[in-house]
Design a protein around this ligand. Structure first.
Ligand SMILES: NC(=O)c1ccc[n+]([C@@H]2O[C@H](COP(=O)([O-])OP(=O)(O)OC[C@H]3O[C@@H](n4cnc5c(N)ncnc54)[C@H](OP(=O)(O)O)[C@@H]3O)[C@@H](O)[C@H]2O)c1
Length: 309
């Protein structure tokens, strides 16, 4: 354990900054459980899939190409099944939704983990800024499309980030989702997409509450700061600094995967509907993330966007 993790200690859950995905699943037998995970070929998604499969769960792993999905399944232990899902291509996501229905397994949890961060220049696809499209809209299509596969007490775990604090003042710039009407800033665009992830989890939680069987939960997760392939778009100097500070001020991948793993399967997290989680405990997001009207508007706008794509 790093010195930093030692000083951070643990929270009310008994876990904390230094806990790993293996720690939070110790003694759990996950045989018979099925979990769908996006971005399972790299970083936190891969470690989450590895540990859950090792504990006996079946993993429906999504990657953006057949080759990546198949290779990852070959490399991971246990029962893992490959699915193709390019979150920036609505047709690919829809076809993955169909494949998951054809596969027919009920889902104990969906971990919406994949993401891209801080693209240096404005990138667009289908008329939308690429981080908003990939991180939010792609997951919106996927999660709403396979929501019916969730078991009665199924869980949706949506990866957000403390970077949601860097969203624009108005939260989501509904009049500039293409990103081209104002000066582009990589971190504001990433922050907006991560606020969208958080608002989506909150609104999904409210919708779960109003269902007849309302034991399903949706939570948002900040995994910590971890040196993964997520930094691929950062300049080499920043990447170098990340590598230098990694042992001191960053979580390992094993620690980074802990909160989403805990949220997806631990018995103590079955009643955390609507919460924002960090370091395997409940945390407080920004006021914007608690703005119910903003979350409802984002849901409605997302439905409108998805219909037109
Ligand atoms: N690492 C951190 O410090 C940190 C902090 C806060 C939040 N997060 C969040 O944690 C999540 C996991 O990040 P990570 O650190 O594990 O990063 P990572 O190692 O870069 O993994 C990201 C995953 O997302 C996939 N992905 C990217 N674009 C995609 C697309 N269009 N369609 C399908 N999959 C796509 C990647 O696939 P390819 O390999 O094919 O690109 C990869 O599997 C992200 O949502 C991130 O925002 C991370």
């Amino acid at each position: 354990m790093s010195l930093y993790a030692f000083f951070k200690g643990t929270g009310p859950s008994g876990f904390g900054y230094g806990s790993t995905a293996e720690d939070v699943t110790k003694d759990l037998d996950l045989s018979g459980r099925t979990l769908a995970i996006t971005g399972f070929n790299s970083g936190l998604g891969r470690e989450t899939a590895r540990v859950l499969a090792d504990r006996g769960a079946t993993i429906l792993g999504m990657a953006r190409s057949d080759e990546k999905a198949e290779n990852t399944c070959d490399e991971l232990p246990g029962d893992t099944r490959p699915f193709v899902c390019d979150l920036s291509e609505p047709d690919s996501v829809r076809s993955c939704v169909d494949s998951l229905h054809d596969h027919g397994s009920a889902l104990d949890a969906i971990v919406a983990n994949a993401g891209i961060m801080a693209l240096p220049e404005l990138n667009q696809k289908h008329g939308y800024e690429l981080q908003f499209l990939t991180n939010h809209i792609g997951h919106f299509i996927l999660v709403t499309g396979i929501r019916d596969l969730l078991v009665d007490d199924g869980r949706a775990v949506i990866l957000s980030s403390t970077a949601h604090e860097r969203a624009p003042d108005e939260g989501i710039r509904f009049d500039n989702l293409s990103g081209e009407h104002e000066a582009y800033d990589p971190w504001t665009a990433y922050g907006q997409s991560k606020l969208a992830n958080l608002l989506f989890a909150k609104e999904l939680a409210r919708r779960f509450e109003s269902e007849v069987s309302h034991d399903k939960t949706a939570v948002a997760v900040h995994p910590g700061v971890i040196n993964t392939n997520l930094t691929r778009y950062m300049n080499p100097v920043m990447q170098g600094l990340a590598a230098v500070f990694e042992p001191l001020a960053m979580k390992s991948v094993e620690q980074g995967a802990a909160t989403q793993t805990w949220a997806a399967v631990h018995p103590d997290t079955s009643d955390l509907n609507g919460e924002y989680l960090a370091d395997c405990n409940i945390d407080d997001p920004t006021e914007q993330a608690e703005d119910r009207q903003l979350a409802e508007r984002l849901w409605e706008e997302s439905e409108r966007i998805v219909k037109a794509l």
